[in-house]
Design a protein around this ligand. Sequence first.
Ligand code: AVJ
Length: 320
Amino acid sequence: MHPETPAAASYADELVAGLSATPRRLSPKWFYDEAGSALFDRICTLEAYYPTRTETALLARHADEIAAALGPDAEIVEPGAGSATKVRVLLRAMQRGGWRPAGYLPIDISGAHLLAAADALRADLADALPTLPVRPLTADFLQPLQLPAPLADGRRVGFYPGGSIGNFEPGEAVALLQRFRDWIGPGGGLLIGVDRIKDPARLHAAYNDPEGVTAAFNLNLWARANREADADFDLSAWHHAAFYSPAHQRIEMHLVSRRAQTVHVAGHAFTFAEGDGVHTENSCKYTVPGFQALAARAGWQPERVWSDPDELFSVHWLTA
Ligand code: AVJ
């Protein structure tokens, strides 16, 4: 246990609570320990997983327009920054446009991964933006969180790429978008990536890669529990399940028991029948107007949308 990362210290508590609930569930934020963050980076390179390359291409292709929307002197706040790969495209575009981003404030639950990402970003941008203030913040942004005082003139913009807003059911997503708006403040904006509703077969394939990386990512929840929550999961007794629910317009991921078994977590015993599952992730998909309406419920003004010719993914610019 690492006392400096309170989120990690409560995995055992949340796992016990989630396995005691009906239906059994766990927040997807627990995917992202060191091993899980590395597995997620591998997911992003998979042929079947179209969101990363589609969104990165959109950011590159429309970089000048996006930089103009972000405006000069903005400090970019990125909740769940992970490896901070996509923001480099933005920062370079802003710099090419003659603008000097005021800073970059990445927030992530996975502390060591974040600090390494911040170092890599500084090194990568040493040519273009050698003095850019980079202020990584290790935190669970779903918990109450006070951001450091803004830099420069205080103008902030949020960056929430990847379609991660899909992890939240619509009501929760509105609440999170409201929080982002409170952090950003008047005069700011939010650049947010949203995965679009599409052919269910295409969605299904993106979460059932033949390489088994997504399965390993899901099963890492149990491996992590064995590492840090005093649990005795037998990984071979579980399988990854991911499917599209048309009723909810979302991918659901579950971990499903292959047989009747009892598992112990932090001194608690949990019994599973063959086929019993634990719901580990939702990934909600939106039409463009559907997401704009959601953002408006949170008080954001939809200003621009960029999407690819195949209509796989959308990048929205919202103003506060
Ligand atoms: C990081 C939430 C956007 O929902 O596509 C990828 C996570 N889960 N493969 C997604 C994920 C399985 C991803 N987000």
